[in-house]
Ligand binder design. Structure first.
Ligand SMILES: [Zn+2]
Length: 616
């Protein structure tokens, strides 16, 4: 997933910690499942999607894999209504019960089985408020005529639309039949996608590679398909399809670059689905079908690093999966590292070093905001009794990246790449804890036996210590040095229109804007706007950065376009800093609240949960 820099400082104390009790049968503190006794190897879904009631109903058939003798199956559910549960092909009704609700985790569903039970079938329906499901009115789509539904299962929201063992440690294959309106197309993180409307509204899917539940994904809307290469293509609403196909034209090059680095792509196809603008994340690595925000459609392919990121997840995360959400950096740190390597291979080192420099700047400001001693700045997290979404900060991504880059710099690229290739190959379709990774690293490079390596790496400060260790690698970007010269020249009095900005990309501009001092006066802001038309930019990242600047000096011209932006964009990473900046003054906060009242119904719960906290 990519990204969302946000975090809560609240400590949540639960009076009754079912999560703690569950540790006896399952090391995943965010799942009730008794997966050490009996596991799920295949999921069969038959679901009807009702856009009128905003409810999905039908049944889930779970094929079991017995590990120990047990008479119960415990699954995760949240906001589900369970109508009936039956056993095996004969559909013998069996007893079941829902436990008490636990915050974030939902309710355990305990089903009576026998040690010989091969499968259970659960008849159920979702709630209109299901956390994973976002139902969009036609007005919230690009085409404005038809509704749209998409799911976001990570981290622990799969249980809000499918009763399952909802932890990254349980892998299953799945098949699904989806019944929907015949004027819409359904797609899933599976094979069976075609982008062609079926006159009966029935779509069938098959996922033959085992995946954890957080990668279950469904989207339904007025979709079209455009191929990009032999094994890649893009799905989008008709009005977005041309723009999308044009933006992602380099996708085949990226897949080849990734394969050259770390071995074969194991999911057959790599397609992208461009969602309506309310999608709260940059992208979600649903296997075979990455979900992506339309805010990366800049028109000049300047924001496609996000695609490299989601593609990289096909190895780190989807193939070798963090064992629990406390090990989240094992998914995201590896993926940012891999993303940068893909970008370097396709677009050159000067480009990827710009990305790395921005990454370090973001990381440092995140750590400053969180506090250098905050335990949430450790790579290995402790999310006991907390929502795993709390762990989704810059730390897992960018501190993880620099930790792995330090390995590359210490062992040399060739040795490091050979280790990583083996790592992905040998651990494909399984899980990895932080400790297992460190052990593999040590076995391969004999770190503990080498004082030089131990001193150079300082592994425990990175993994179990706060802040940024002093041996953090330093990216070197000549391009950004040139940008800083222009910033200084502007501050020394050179007119904005006389600055040398020839050939600048989105990243040059972001770096330019981020390096302007907070004290920059209104006249200078207006001068920049007259020279570079930032307020009218079509680039969502530049707009987010620019509007923050405009709020600081109360540049009124920008407020109309900013209102429009907040009404249309739901990606948390882009809108959150604007609300934070607005909330700093009483008048800004009043304006923000007025806009937010209208914008909120269009945001995903992931975004409005964050913004609610800022404007409360
Ligand atoms: Zn990611």
């Amino acid at each position: 997933m990519r990204i969302i820099y946000f975090f809560f400082f609240t400590t949540l104390v639960l009076t009754m910690s079912i999560a703690q009790k569950q540790q006896h049968t399952n090391s995943d503190i965010h799942s009730f499942a008794n997966s050490t006794e009996v596991s799920v190897k295949h999921l069969g879904l038959e679901l009807s999607v009702n856009f009128e009631t905003k409810i999905i109903s039908g049944h889930a058939m779970l094929m079991l894999n017995h590990k120990k003798k047990t008479n119960k199956l415990v699954l995760d559910t949240r906001d589900l209504t369970i109508e009936k549960v039956t056993l095996d092909e004969k559909e013998m009704p069996t007893k079941f019960s829902l436990g008490d609700e636990v915050k974030f985790l939902g309710k355990p569903l305990t089903i009576v089985i026998t040690p010989k039970t091969k499968s259970v079938k659960i008849y159920y329906r979702t709630s209109p408020n299901a956390g994973a499901l976002q139902w969009l009115e036609p007005s919230q789509t690009s085409g404005k005529e038809k509704p749209f539904l998409f799911t976001q299962s990570q981290a622990i929201l799969a249980r809000t639309w499918v009763p399952c063992m909802d932890g990254p440690g349980v892998r299953m294959t799945y098949s699904a039949t989806i019944h929907t309106r015949p004027d819409l197309v359904a797609v899933m993180s599976a094979s069976g996608n075609s982008g062609t409307k079926k006159s009966d509204g029935v779509y069938s899917f098959e996922m033959e590679q085992p995946i954890p539940s957080y990668l279950l994904a469904l989207a339904i809307g007025d979709l079209q398909f455009r191929p990009l290469g032999n094994r890649s293509g893009v799905y989008a609403e008709p009005s977005m399809i041309e723009k999308s196909a044009n933006e992602f034209v380099d996708i085949e090059k990226m897949i080849s670059a990734a394969e050259e680095l770390y071995g074969p792509y194991r999911w057959e196809r790599y397609d992208l689905l461009v969602l309506p603008p309310s999608f709260p994340f940059g992208g979600m690595e649903n296997p075979r079908l990455t979900f992506a925000t339309p805010t990366i459609l800049a028109g000049d392919r300047s924001l496609v690093a996000l695609v490299a990121h989601e593609l990289a997840h096909s190895w780190s995360g989807n193939l070798v999966t963090n064992a629990t959400w406390n090990d989240f950096w094992v998914n995201e740190g590896f993926t940012v590292y891999f993303e940068h390597r893909i970008m370097e291979k396709v677009y050159g080192k000067a480009y990827s070093e710009m990305l790395a420099t921005l990454t370090l700047k973001d990381l440092k400001s995140t750590i400053a905001d969180m506090g250098a001693e905050n335990p949430d700045t450790h790579l290995k997290l402790n999310l006991l009794n907390r929502d795993p979404d709390d762990g989704v900060t810059d730390i897992a991504y960018n501190k993880g990246y620099f930790f792995l880059r330090l390995m590359e710099e210490t062992f040399g690229r060739e040795r490091w790449d050979s280790f990583l290739k083996t790592y992905f190959n040998e651990n494909a379709f399984s899980t990895m804890t932080t400790e297992q990774f460190l052990e593999k690293l040590d076995t391969h490079f004999q770190i503990k036996h080498s004082r030089s390596f131990t001193e150079k790496l300082k592994i425990s400060s990175w993994v179990y210590g706060p802040g940024l260790p002093d041996n953090c690698p330093k990216p070197q970007s000549d391009e950004f040095d040139k940008v800083l010269m222009q910033v200084n020249s502007f501050l020394d009095g050179t007119q904005a229109s006389k600055l040398n900005t020839e050939g600048w990309t989105t990243h040059h501009w972001l770096y330019f804007l981020r390096n302007l001092p907070d004290s920059l006066r209104l006249e200078k802001v207006i001068e920049l706007d007259y020279a570079f038309y930032f307020t009218r930019s079509g680039n969502s990242e530049i707009l987010s950065e620019w509007f923050q600047r405009c709020i600081k000096v109360n540049y009124e011209t920008a407020f109309g376009p900013m209102r429009n932006y907040l009404m249309n964009v739901g990606r948390r990473k882009l809108i959150k800093p604007l609300y934070v900046e607005l909330a700093k003054t009483p008048s800004g906060k009043a304006w923000a609240k007025e806009v937010y009242t209208k914008a909120r119904p269009g945001y995903h719960s992931v975004s409005y949960n964050t913004i609610d906290g800022i404007l409360k």
